[in-house]
Design a protein around this ligand. Structure first.
Ligand code: HEM
Length: 426
């Protein structure tokens, strides 16, 4: 609890114990045994389910907030079925249309910053990613509804690490109330679609309702839990990553210069009045390394939780069935035996081949982040438009982490002073 409440973030609890007990250690959390591991070899074995069998398990508060049918928490068989159904939405052709839609949102947002001297990147990035997710998932575009959705999702995210005590005044209870409100909105959206309203939308909800395979049709609660999951997994994480990226670039001017050079070449290829395409994103080789390095250094998701289904042995440790195994992503990302000068922001490090299972920002194996390519695309689009529109100076360089945050979030929100390079109007 002290770590959750500290400015060093919840990972401090793990870091201190890792220094004291080594790369694999066992501790008690909420009366359960947790093993933390931070060797790439063990990460590979666990993520590929080589040693014995593992399933996914989040702590009780997270599991209750995302719901029993969420892909994030579903156990192996159920997970395979739901993942199969949701994957079709993440095809290359859907990603292509998403890129131009997202670019349109970013251009609009960055245009609106023109009159502001200072903007808080975290707040702005959250607005952009929430808008993008709500449009992609349920074609929600109304300003008031979007604001409400963002507020409720924030309540859920804040409750993720709370003690799961459901009394009216608790953080956890606020999260559950927010979940209830979002579930009601989603239920209404499902009913409207069944009654013929909005069926022209090419969104995630429509895709799930339209696929009518009797063997794998998802129930309404499976659809609701997984739309909420996408909102939580896709919007807060990506906004946090964008914010860190802006901070790292401000602190590393040589990287920024090299990036701007590349982005100018991309801008020259972009036809006037048109939006970015997936093909153009694929040409952003240096920017992709900037994205990857930002994700490594920030480690937005700090560990990957698993459940041991059998007794087994990891790094000489006897693990009992039912214990929680956490792959300590942040420690792997910052391990000097894995990355040279791990605290340095150096995108060019990814020119060389990296050690297998050393980059775990999106996980690996059967539970790899489903929205990985979408997240990278959002970060690239944002980078392109930001560098081609503004110069910025971070005015609060404090690196403290937001309290009660499951994802690594800058407490300052990263306020920046902007200077416009050119008008963005398309
Ligand atoms: C920078 C942004 C993002 C980061 C850092 C991130 C990271 C992760 C990580 C670490 C996992 C867990 C992997 C594991 O436990 O092995 C995960 C799972 C997941 N993510 Fe992401 N994610 C991001 C964006 C997104 C987006 C944009 C979406 C969708 C719109 C998304 C959807 C999901 C889903 C559905 C899962 C569960 C996959 C499964 O269990 O099969 N994520 N993500």
């Amino acid at each position: 609890m002290a770590a959750i409440n500290s400015s060093k973030g919840v990972h401090e609890f793990v870091r201190v114990r890792r220094l004291r007990y080594g790369k694999c250690f066992k501790t008690k959390l909420f009366r359960e045994t947790h093993v933390f591991i931070s060797r790439t070899k063990s990460a590979k074995a666990i993520l590929n389910n080589e040693v014995g069998k593992f399933s996914k398990r989040y702590i009780k508060s997270i599991a209750e907030l995302v719901g029993p049918n969420s892909l994030l928490c579903a156990a192996n068989g159920h997970h395979k079925m739901i993942r199969g159904r949701l994957s079709s939405f993440f095809s290359t052709s859907n990603l292509s249309s998403f890129v131009s839609q997202f670019d349109e949102l970013v251009v609009e947002a960055l245009n609106s910053w023109d009159t502001a001297d200072i903007v808080v990147i975290q707040h702005e990035a959250l607005k952009i990613t929430c808008k993008a997710m709500c449009k992609m998932l349920i074609s929600m575009e109304n300003g008031h509804e979007l604001e409400m959705m963002q507020k409720e999702v924030a309540h859920i995210c804040e409750a993720m690490l709370a003690f799961p005590l459901s009394l009216p005044w608790t953080r956890f209870s606020k999260g559950l109330q927010a979940r209830k409100k979002i579930m009601a909105i989603l239920q209404k959206a499902i009913e409207d679609r069944r009654n013929g309203a909005g069926t022209c939308h090419k969104d995630f909800l429509q895709l799930l309702l339209a696929e009518n395979d009797a063997v794998t049709t998802l129930t309404d609660s499976e659809i609701q839990d997984n739309i909420l999951t996408m909102l939580i997994a896709g919007h807060d994480t990506t906004a946090c990553a964008m914010t860190w990226m802006v901070k790292f670039l401000d602190e590393n001017k040589e990287v920024l210069e090299k990036l701007v050079k590349e982005q100018l070449q991309i801008a020259n290829k972009l036809k006037p009045s048109s939006y970015l395409t997936l093909e153009l994103l694929n040409e952003m080789r240096y920017a992709s390394k900037v994205v990857k390095e930002s994700l490594r250094l920030a480690s937005i998701v700090q560990w990957l939780p698993r459940l041991a289904l059998n007794d087994c042995e990891i790094e000489g440790f006897k693990v009992k069935k039912g214990w929680n195994i956490n792959i300590d992503v942040r420690s792997i990302h910052l391990d000097p035996s894995v990355y040279d000068c791990p605290d340095m922001f150096n995108p060019s490090r990814f020119q060389a081949e990296s050690i297998p299972y050393s980059f775990l920002a999106f996980g690996m194996g059967g539970r790899t982040c489903l929205g990985m390519n979408m997240a990278k695309a959002m970060m690239l689009v944002f980078l392109h438009r930001l560098t081609m529109t503004y110069k910025w100076k971070v005015i609060d360089s404090n690196s403290s982490i937001e309290k009660w945050a499951l994802f690594t979030k800058l407490r300052s929100g990263c306020p920046v002073r902007l200077t416009s390079i050119k008008s963005l109007s398309i």
